[in-house]
Design a protein around this ligand. Structure first.
Ligand code: FES
Length: 99
């Protein structure tokens, strides 16, 4: 699967770089670096809700205040360096082994 962290101008200002660094740490901590490709992405079209992270190739997550279903998977809204691990553990990690 692929995690795409938006680095468009709005998300950049809200801390995309720190989010990418936090994801790197979390992927290492959970030992899933081989299963997940971490990428930077152009604007994902949800600028007001950034930092936005696209999760492609996973079963859609249950909808929630920070989760929006997409044809390829789902998008996480309002991601920051402080909530990356919580969102990963809740919305991504449990689904990694379902496919
Ligand atoms: S700049 Fe990130 S969604 Fe538009």
């Amino acid at each position: 699967m692929t995690i795409k962290v938006c680095v468009g101008s709005s998300c950049h200002l809200k801390g995309s770089y720190e989010v990418i660094e936090a994801f790197k740490e979390v992927l290492k901590k959970y030992d899933v670096e081989d299963l997940i490709e971490l990428q930077a992405s152009f604007c994902l079209g949800h600028c007001a809700l950034g930092v936005t992270v696209g999760c492609e190739g996973l079963e859609a997550a249950e909808k929630g205040p920070q989760v929006e279903e997409t044809p390829d998977g789902f998008i996480l809204h309002s991601v920051n360096a402080g909530n990356v691990e919580e969102l990963f553990a809740k919305e991504i990690y449990p689904k990694l082994f379902l496919n």
